[in-house]
Design a protein around this ligand. Structure first.
Ligand code: ADP
Ligand code: ADP
Ligand code: MG
Length: 673
């Protein structure tokens, strides 16, 4: 076995590989870019080497730098992770030439599986079933059009060198073929520097089912069963699970044997995944076809680890150091059911646009000891609270993996784990993932790659937390915070916190106190009353209800009327992020009085509550306004906020124009009494 390896990657996979290496007492070397100088993967390794600028081409793709780092630190082998150089033939060869072990298959296996079209020709010879289609070398557009016409529509045009869901076009009819071909080729040349395409029949009700395979240098092969990765957006995986629902032992055996045949055909050594597309006929019959082989460890390998109890990185290290496969096929078993959710910095409600920013809060679920096959929750994360998600790399920040005795149990465990995932500072897909998990199709394992579009109505723009709960949580948190700050209440700091105003509120005797909030774009006036017996009453949207709360270890136990719920609140300026078992939302303190009253807002100044952009002004200079009237709309933290008049008055001057970027505290307009 090796005593030192270099990990030529970053993020969660670099941390993942380092964890197994540490368990096996193998020393690790990290490499890092400018943007990753303080990244988690650097501190997960024993030593590290700086390799260049933030863009991947200036660091993680510079293989000569990486090889030099391995030589300089005395590493004997290089683990490439996934993405970056993991499927790069030149890199694998350069490692070998430098006397380093590349922890992966040999260059010739990578080469053989590197281009989709060529690998299909090879698989055809090995007797692996292929999707009907054209994967020849001749790229004459007229010929491609004739081939597509004879396959029958819909067809899928794929960039032969494609990957990561890029370079694919579904074509519904013959007339659309030429334009789709041209656009696919443009994307292919830009993304992969190779515009060769292949054409496949577009499989109906397709499921993506892949088989994990392993080979060793003694010529042994096994498969570690399947993973169902049908839940996809833009041909990219979102949720993955093992085993595949509805799989029969016979079908599993056929697919497993086909996958092993594929690996054997290219003398495969190490971890690989053979991806199949499975067609589901209306009568439930399933047929599988080879799609591609990924010659590396896959993002979703933890679900296989969960159901088999094996550590696939340990297998990779053993095989790469020349040991035989740890187990034979007949020693491998499936236990329970596992699901992985990819947590990404993105905005599902805005076409999954990637998001960047600082992880102000990064709260993860309790990891129930994950002994790989004993049930539990596992988080593979490449970041820590306070880290920045930069625009340079993949938007995936972590993976949540759950294991249960049954699919139903795993599903429920995943839903709870997602509810306990509290991320503040940037948009993530956490709520979206919960919506998918709760959707009828996913819950009933009615899987195919169109699941997300079919369930669209319940997946996007879902409001899971109502006004009452959000308000009750925000008020409870404010009161608790005030209590904690009572000792320092004399200091000015409290007055600068818009959440900590004390006007009119007394803790003894009946009294009433007002809070102004903005929730889902509307201003809400809430009043808190302390009754004679000391009990609290909260009036929200005209309804008064008993209100009580107490801090507990998991958050704040909040009661409003007859319902109780644990709520977690994180405040950042005037914005509070609210997390509940149902989902998350934001509520904003709009303390109208604050703008008119204290020193900060003397003379009717109206200031931006947070950095953002002016969307519009609802008034112009000279307009008479009444208290509460909307004056301006700002866009900040990807939400719109209204700025309301703190008093009756006249607009003296607008100090910005729509579209202007403003800093927190900037004066937006002047209002005179
Ligand atoms: P899987 O998720 O099944 O492991 P993907 O095809 O989604 O496989 O790719 C895994 C990782 O590798 C992703 O981070 C993806 O962005 C990256 N990746 C895959 N293919 C390429 C490619 N051709 N160029 C750059 N990155 C790629
Ligand atoms: P990539 O290299 O980007 O991962 P794949 O060939 O693995 O490309 O295809 C990615 C996804 O596209 C699959 O998981 C599947 O959802 C869809 N897909 C691929 N081929 C077909 C097909 N012939 N019919 C229907 N869907 C397909
Ligand atoms: Mg693929």
């Amino acid at each position: 076995m090796f005593n030192k390896i270099l990990i030529a990657n970053r993020g969660e996979i670099a941390c993942r590989v380092a964890a197994t290496a540490r368990r096996l007492a193998i020393k690790t070397v990290a490499v890092y870019s400018d943007a990753d100088a303080n990244a988690k993967h650097v501190s997960s390794c024993d030593e590290s080497v700086f390799i260049g600028g933030s863009a991947p081409k200036d660091s993680y793709l510079r293989w000569e730098k990486i090889i030099a780092a391995a030589k300089a630190t005395g590493a004997q082998a290089v683990h490439p992770g996934y993405g970056f150089l993991s499927e790069n033939v030149e890199f694998a060869q350069a490692c070998a030439d430098a006397g380093l072990v590349f922890i992966g298959p040999g260059p010739s296996s990578i080469q053989a599986m590197g281009l989709k079209a060529e690998s299909k020709r090879l698989m055809n010879l090995a007797g692996v079933p292929l999707v009907p289609g054209y994967h020849g070398e001749d790229q004459d557009p007229a010929l491609l059009q004739r081939e597509a016409d004879s396959i029958g529509y819909p067809v899928l045009i794929k960039a032969s060198a494609g990957g990561g869901g890029k370079g694919m076009r579904v074509v519904e009819k013959s007339e659309d073929f030429a334009a789709a071909l041209a656009s696919c080729k443009r994307e292919a040349i830009n993304s992969f520097a190779n515009d060769s395409v292949l054409i496949e029949k577009y499989v109906q009700r397709p499921r993506h089912i892949e088989i994990q395979v392993f080979g060793d240098s003694q010529g042994n092969y096994v498969h570690l069963f399947e993973r169902d990765c049908s839940v996809q957006r833009r041909h990219q995986k979102v949720l993955e699970e093992a085993p595949a629902p509805g799989m029969t032992p016979e079908f599993r055996q056929q697919m497993g044997e086909a996958a092993v045949a594929a690996a054997r055909a290219v003398n495969y050594v190490g971890a690989g995944t053979v991806e199949f597309i499975v067609e589901q006929k209306p009568d439930g019959a399933m047929t599988f076809f080879f799609m591609e082989m990924n010659t590396r460890l896959q993002v979703e390998h933890p679900v296989t680890e969960a159901i088999t109890g094996q550590d696939l990185v340990e297998w990779q290290l053993r095989v790469a150091s020349g040991e035989p496969l740890p187990l034979r096929q007949d020693q491998l078993r499936i236990t329970g059911h596992a699901i992985e959710a990819r947590i990404c910095a993105e905005n599902p409600d805005n076409n999954f646009l990637p998001a960047t920013g600082t992880l102000h809060v990064y709260g993860l679920p309790d990891c129930v000891t994950f002994e790989r096959n004993s049930g539990g929750v596992r988080v593979d994360s490449g970041v820590r609270q306070g880290d920045v998600i930069s625009p340079f790399y993949d938007s995936m920040v972590a993976k949540l993996i759950v294991h249960g005795d049954t699919r139903e149990q795993a599903l429920s465990r995943l839903d709870t784990a997602l509810a306990q995932t509290h991320i503040v500072g940037l948009n993530t897909n956490v709520q979206f993932l919960r919506n998918v998990v709760q959707s009828r199709s996913f819950a009933q394992a009615d899987l195919d790659t169109a699941l997300i579009s079919r369930e669209e109505a319940v997946l996007f723009k879902q409001e899971k937390v109502g006004l009452h709960l959000a308000v009750a949580g925000a008020v409870a948190h404010t009161l608790l915070q005030e209590k904690a700050q009572e000792a320092q209440v004399a200091t000015q700091a409290v007055w600068l916190d818009p959440w900590a105003r004390q006007d009119g509120w007394r803790s003894h005797g009946p009294s009433s106190r007002r809070f102004d909030f903005e929730f889902k774009g509307e201003v809400q006036v809430v009043s808190l009353t302390t009754l004679h017996d000391g009990a609290l009453q909260l009036q929200v949207a005209g309804e008064a209800a008993v209100f009580a709360f107490k801090p507990v270890t998991q958050g704040i136990d909040v009661q409003l009327g007859e319902r109780r719920q644990i709520v977690n609140i994180y405040k950042n300026g005037v914005v509070a992020d609210v997390f509940t078992a149902f989902g998350a939302t934001q509520i904003i303190a709009v303390d109208a009085l604050a703008h008119a009253g204290d020193a900060q807002v003397e003379g009717g100044r109206l200031t931006a509550p947070m950095p953002g952009k002016v969307v519009s002004f609802a008034v112009k200079a000279g307009d008479k306004v009444t208290r509460g009237q909307v004056l301006a709309v700002m866009d900040a933290m990807k939400m719109e906020h209204t700025i309301a008049a703190p008093m009756d008055g006249v607009v003296a001057e607008l100090l910005y124009a729509p579209g202007d970027q403003v800093a927190e505290g900037a004066e937006l307009l002047k209002l005179v009494a």
